[in-house]
Design a protein around this ligand. Structure first.
Ligand code: ATP
Ligand code: MG
Length: 264
């Protein structure tokens, strides 16, 4: 615990997300064990670690997506800007507009490109009229680095795009509600190297506006896109530090073994 507190003091910017004493159980399976972490604003934080160590589980705690899994139980305290996101007063739907998520497999709605992006702003009442909605859609598609490719076919189905385009559409959809945090669970694993490079560039851009948390199996990707890296192992957050420190001089032998390819 002391180690983690010391590391957190070296945070480059004030923290956006604070988690303490987080435990997650799926029935009897204790999947996240007493995780304490501070995640900075306007920073990309990478979660790395071997398959099954709990990266996705912990990520889903941050927008209460685990609420949708029957056997899943979350304990502990998670705050965004000091607000307890598990407070019964918090509406998970509102929370998920503020804490957007992008999944491993692009999952556009079976709707037009325009409607994919307009859906969230519509249900959250972010536009007063059609002109304003058009503007929100265009801005989001530009932020998703896909505007030029789709501007002439906004009425075409989102599912008709290529995999890389679909993923950028999903990113545009996630940013359209002006989130404060963007969670990305292996967002590039279904993409080719060109689409991956586009999404990575985009992530770097998004960091100007949000706190971005990305789960990745690629250590090269973590090194390229993130400023902070957290290493998970068997449900424990082993260590978190500046990304270059984790990759050059980690403190824990388990991190060392993982980054040098001996475990995982
Ligand atoms: N929906 C679920 N129901 C039951 N158990 C689950 C569920 N999701 C994850 N688990 C269990 O929780 C543990 C952590 O899984 P999690 O998916 O968070 O790992 P991960 O680090 O994201 O792995 P990967 O890199 O393979 O995606 C595993 O033991 C897994 O079997
Ligand atoms: Mg996962």
């Amino acid at each position: 615990m002391k180690d983690q507190a010391e590391m957190d003091n070296s945070m480059p910017t004030p923290s956006k997300i604070s988690a303490s004493g987080v435990q997650v159980y799926y029935g009897d399976n204790h999947a996240i064990k007493d995780v304490n972490v501070e995640i900075a604003d306007k920073t990309v934080t990478a979660f790395i670690g071997p398959s099954g160590c709990g990266k996705s589980t912990f990520l889903r705690c941050i927008n209460r997506m685990n609420d949708t899994i029957d056997v899943c139980r979350v304990e502990g305290d998670i705050r965004i800007d000091g607000e307890d996101i598990y407070d019964p007063k918090v509406d998970p739907v509102q929370l998920r507009a503020k804490v957007g998520m992008v999944f491993q497999k692009p999952n556009p709605f079976p709707k037009s490109i325009y409607d994919n992006v307009a859906y969230g702003p519509k249900i959250h009442g972010l536009a007063r009229d059609k002109a304003e909605l058009d503007e929100i859609v265009e801005t989001a598609l530009r932020r998703g680095a896909i505007w030029d490719e789709v501007k002439d076919r906004l009425d075409a189905p989102g599912t008709g795009l290529s995999g890389g385009q679909q993923q950028r559409l999903c990113i545009a959809r996630a940013v359209a509600t002006e989130p404060e945090v963007l969670l990305m669970d292996e967002p590039c694993s279904a993409l080719d190297p060109i689409a991956t490079a586009q999404v990575e560039e985009l992530i770097d851009d998004l960091r100007q506006r949000f706190s971005v948390v990305i789960v990745t199996h690629s250590m090269q990707q973590a090194a390229r896109v993130s400023q902070r890296t957290a290493f998970f192992h068997l449900g424990n957050l082993v260590e978190m530090d500046d990304t270059d420190k984790i990759f050059t001089n980690p403190r824990d032998p388990r991190t060392e073994s993982y980054i040098s390819g001996r475990i995982g």
